[in-house]
Structures are given as structure tokens and as C-alpha cells.
Design a protein around this ligand. Structure first.
Ligand SMILES: Nc1ncnc2c1ncn2[C@@H]1O[C@H](COP(=O)(O)OP(=O)(O)O[C@H]2O[C@H](CO)[C@@H](O)[C@H](O)[C@H]2O)[C@@H](O)[C@H]1O
Length: 510
């Protein structure tokens, strides 16, 4: 991060939090739950299919690096992750704790264990025939999913249940397990089918990915026939990994309070709204807004940094990034898109709004990868506007940070957004997000104060917000105030970590 120089220290302690302060359903009045003291000896197994330390496809990987580390001060937490090639490469020597047999069509596996350099214990599910591959956690780099993902992630989920049963590590058995998204969501089902009462928490980072498979796979996955029911793993005639976790889990969380409410409605519930509404009414669905990790600490730090220093810092980063991306130097506003290039993120809406940006003397830098048709459309847009728009298909963390540090505005017109991290990174770096009024974007962006929200998920809706942003950019004083307000917002993990601890304590007490 050498391109983002540390200059002085901004005190963010008195800043208003971007997080709405009420608990969603679990604790309705916002008061701390009296049963919430989590005994520090509690053993927690955090199960994930991505972790930024080794391999990630998006936001889940970032949360999985940060949250377990934060939880270390509150309980005995260990992370379980598939032994992907990149996990193996990061730690060629690890302790082999146990070797476990095949179950149904899930191959035998070994439990590897090692510590990260900062002392976090990682368990790896070692099973090379499933995980030793080139690609993302879910598929080849060229696109698409691995055809045996049902087996790959059932193996992960069952490994979690086997560890919970004490079958894997004789010296460590979790009191509670925390699974994330569909790839580990069969674990609460396996716990039940093994007759275990270990409480389980499922966090939904994105309801749109459900892990749906044909019922003919039941036997291969070791799911008992009786579980193929509306009160079980079945969803519209298929096996649903995610629904299994929602149904059998002790408690469901999702990554913002607004999204927690949205997924109980037909518009955002992806067909699971009925079950999710029931969980909310039972007090077993909670929204907890993500934090961002310390590496995003204010880039310019110091008591009351003068606006002039902030402006100079942004300008220097903008000059550098324009050079990197072969854009002419300019005094006009710099917009950016730093995103997975997928339908969810409204990339097509940004393409529509680009004309207004360019017509008003603005420039746009895009980085990310995703659906080939959107990658092509972005490259075409850049070719058509070589003096104003530049794109790099791919993703490089350091370069993404340089773009956040350089930009005036971030386009994030997601059609739905469970939480969103990029809008928080942007604000921290003095870049005002322009976002559709949905999910976590509502909970973390203050319209007209730290960014711009619009209410219709269309190109016209985004264009109207872009027009407001262009206007603000011209009104130097208002723009400066918004930038300062955005940079002072707190998005750290302290509050979310305690809220997860509350959820664990409630599940243990239930
Ligand atoms: N091609 C790529 N490869 C690797 N990293 C890339 C990438 N493109 C972008 N990134 C990085 O991944 C992160 C994306 O995080 P988001 O939260 O915005 O979205 P995502 O949809 O992945 O996560 C989901 O999970 C998170 C975490 O809970 C929720 O915030 C969010 O709403 C939900 O959709 C950003 O830090 C970005 O810089």
C-alpha cells in the first residue's frame, strides 16, 4: 500500500456510526441481551469456503479473515476451510490431526491443522481429489462452476459436523459452529442427522446463491430420505443447501439490518421469504452490519487533518492512477467501479450513466471480473471513450486500494446488496458512493451527507444521482464537507463482533 501514504491521524472516535443501532428482531429494543455474556472458554468453529489469507472470490473472503480474528478476544475460535491448492501452498507443512473415512459418496479426508503467523488456528479439510485445483473456490478461472460442487461442499459441511461430534480432533470439540453461505450450510443438517445438539449459526452473505441440486443426489450426499421434505432440505423439488442451513440452524444472521427485513419479502426472499419470516418472528433472524478491517484505517490520520492535506492526498493519488490507466490528467471528477462484474452489481446501469459522466467532463476507471458479457461491455465502453474511460478486467487488491484512494465517487448501483464492503472502503478513503437504496447500502450511506442514494434501480435513477454528484463536485464547500463526513464514519468490527457474541450466547442458552 505504498501508494497510499500515511500522513497524519484523523480521530474518528466522535464520528457518527453509519450503522443503524437497533437490533433487527432478536433484541427488538436495541438493549443488550442480558443472557449475552459469552463464556470466554466457548469453543467456536467458524466454517467458510473463502478466506482472504489464502483465496477469495469476494466479500465473504474478507469477512472470514476479519471476523474470526476479532472474535479471538471473546472466545476460543478456529476456522475450518477446504484444503484448496492455495491453502496447501501457503502452508506446505501442517499437522495431520486425523484421517476420516468415506461417507456415502463423500471421499475420505484428513484434518490438517496450522496457525497463521498471527496465531489463528486453521483446520483444513484435506481431500486433494476435491480441492487441489486451479481456479476460484467454486470453479475454473475461465468461468462456470465445478461440476462436483455438491460433493465438494457437502464434504466441507460434513467435516464440520464430524469435528463437532469429536470424531476428528480428540483435543478440541466446538461448543457452537458458525457456517457461512450455501457452501457450508448443510452442516446444521448433518448435525441433526447425526443426532448432535451442537448449536449452529448460519450467516447469509448472499441469498441469491443457494446450492440447488437434483433429488437424485440425496444418497450420494448422505442425506437421509426423510429429510427430503418441506420441513427439511427440500426446496421446490430440489435439495437446497442454503435452505437446509436456514431450517436446521439454531439462528440465522445476515449482513445488514435492512437486508434482514428485505429477505422476509417476496421481492428479495428468493422463494425462502416464508421460512425467513417465521425465523424473524421467532427472534431467530438477526441483521448484523459487517465491519471493515484495520488495514482500511483512515489513510490520512491525525487529529483534525486540514482539508487542504486531504485534497492534496486525493489529487496525488488521482494523478498517479490516471497515469497508470493512461487517462489524460484532468481537473474533472474521477468516478470508479471496483466490483465483481455481475448482474447483482448493476454494471449495466453504470454503463448507461457513463455518458452523463463523460459529457460533464468526468472520467471513469473500472476494475473487476465476472460475467463475460459484462466484461465485454465494459471493455467496449472503454474503447469507445479512450480519453475518459479506462478498464482493467481482473482484480488486484493493491490496485483496487489505489483506485479507492484516487476517486471522487464510487458507482455501486447494486440491484440488491446484503451489506456491501466497497461503499465502506470508499467512504473511509474520501470517495463518495453513489448507490441504489437497498440492503446494507441504506444502513451505511447517509444520502446527501456521505454519499448519494437513488430510489429506482434503472439507468435513469442512477443518472439522476450522478447528476447530483456532479453538482456537489462543483460546489467545493459542500463537497469538502461530504468528504470529511464520509472519512470520519466508523465502520470497524467492534460492534458487529459483540453482536455475533450475543447471538452465540443466545444460541448456547436456548
Ligand atoms: N473479482 C474479484 N475478486 C476478488 N475480490 C474482488 C473482486 N471484485 C471485487 N472484489 C473485492 O471483493 C469485495 C466485494 O465485497 P462486497 O461486499 O462489495 O461484495 P460481494 O458481493 O462479493 O459479497 C457478498 O458478501 C459480502 C460480505 O458479507 C457482503 O458485504 C455483500 O453484500 C455480499 O454480496 C471488495 O472488497 C472488492 O474490492
Amino acid at each position: 500500500m505504498s501508494e497510499v501514504p500515511m500522513q497524519a491521524v484523523i480521530d474518528t472516535s466522535s464520528a457518527t456510526s453509519g450503522h443503524a443501532l437497533t437490533y433487527a428482531a432478536a433484541v427488538k429494543d436495541g438493549a443488550p441481551d442480558p443472557r449475552s455474556a459469552l463464556p470466554s472458554a466457548t469453543r467456536l468453529l467458524f466454517v467458510t469456503s473463502e478466506m482472504g489469507d489464502f483465496i477469495k472470490a469476494g466479500g465473504l473472503g474478507e469477512v472470514s479473515s476479519a471476523l474470526p480474528r476479532q472474535l479471538r478476544s471473546l472466545c476460543d475460535v478456529r476456522v475450518l476451510i477446504p484444503g484448496f491448492r492455495k491453502v496447501r501452498a501457503a502452508r506446505p507443512a501442517m499437522d495431520i490431526v486425523a484421517q476420516l473415512p468415506r461417507t456415502a459418496s463423500l471421499p475420505p479426508w484428513s484434518l490438517g491443522r496450522f496457525n497463521t503467523p498471527d496465531g489463528l488456528t486453521i483446520y483444513a479439510v484435506l481431500c486433494d481429489e476435491l480441492y487441489d485445483r486451479e481456479g476460484s473456490p467454486y470453479g475454473p478461472f475461465a468461468g462456470g462452476d465445478f461440476t462436483d460442487n455438491d460433493i465438494r461442499f457437502a464434504r466441507l459441511s460434513l467435516a464440520a459436523a464430524e469435528i463437532a461430534a469429536g470424531e476428528a480432533d480428540p483435543n478440541w470439540k466446538p461448543d457452537i459452529i458458525h457456517v457461512n453461505d450455501w457452501p457450508s450450510a448443510l452442516a446444521p443438517g448433518y448435525l441433526r442427522w447425526k443426532g448432535l445438539s451442537t448449536p449452529s449459526i448460519l450467516t447469509i452473505h448472499n441469498l441469491a446463491y443457494q446450492g440447488l441440486y437434483q433429488p437424485a443426489r440425496m444418497n450420494a450426499l448422505g442425506i437421509p430420505d426423510l429429510a427430503f421434505s418441506v420441513n427439511g432440505a427440500e426446496f421446490h423439488g430440489k435439495i437446497s443447501f442454503l435452505k437446509t442451513g436456514i431450517f436446521y440452524g439454531s439462528h440465522v444472521t445476515t449482513v445488514s439490518e435492512t437486508y434482514a427485513r428485505e429477505i422476509t419479502t417476496a421481492e428479495h426472499g428468493c422463494g425462502l421469504e416464508g421460512l425467513l419470516k417465521t425465523r424473524m418472528d421467532e427472534g431467530r433472524l438477526t441483521g448484523i452490519v459487517n465491519g471493515i478491517d484495520d488495514s482500511w484505517a483512515s489513510p490520512i490520520t491525525g487529529e483534525k487533518t486540514p482539508a487542504r492535506l486531504i485534497r492534496q492526498w486525493k489529487q496525488k493519488n488521482a494523478t498517479d492512477i490516471r497515469q497508470t490507466f493512461d487517462l489524460p490528467q484532468s481537473r474533472g471528477p474521477l468516478f470508479s467501479i471496483i466490483s465483481r462484474l455481475v448482474h447483482q452489481k448493476g454494471i449495466d446501469l453504470s454503463i448507461e450513466a457513463a455518458e452523463t459522466i463523460v459529457a460533464n467532463g468526468g472520467q471513469l476507471i473500472v476494475t473487476g471480473r465476472g460475467e463475460p458479457r459484462l466484461e465485454d461491455a465494459i471493455e467496449r465502453l472503454a474503447r469507445q471513450n479512450p480519453h475518459a474511460i479506462a478498464a482493467r478486467i481482473g482484480f488486484d487488491d493493491a490496485e483496487a486500494r489505489r483506485i479507492f484512494a484516487a476517486s471522487d465517487f464510487l458507482l455501486m448501483p447494486s440491484r440488491f446488496e446484503p451489506c456491501g464492503l466497497s461503499q465502506m472502503y470508499a467512504q473511509r478513503f474520501g470517495t463518495l458512493p453513489i448507490a441504489y437504496r437497498t440492503g446494507g447500502l441504506v444502513d451505511t450511506i447517509e444520502d446527501g451527507l456521505s454519499g448519494f442514494l437513488f430510489s429506482s434501480p434503472t439507468g435513469a435513477g442512477l443518472t439522476s444521482a450522478v447528476t447530483r454528484a456532479l453538482q456537489a463536485f462543483k460546489t467545493k464547500r459542500a463537497f469538502k464537507q461530504m468528504r470529511e463526513h464520509a472519512m470520519a464514519k466508523r465502520f470497524d468490527w467492534t460492534r458487529p463482533t459483540h453482536r455475533y457474541a450475543d447471538v452465540y450466547a443466545r444460541a448456547l442458552a436456548a
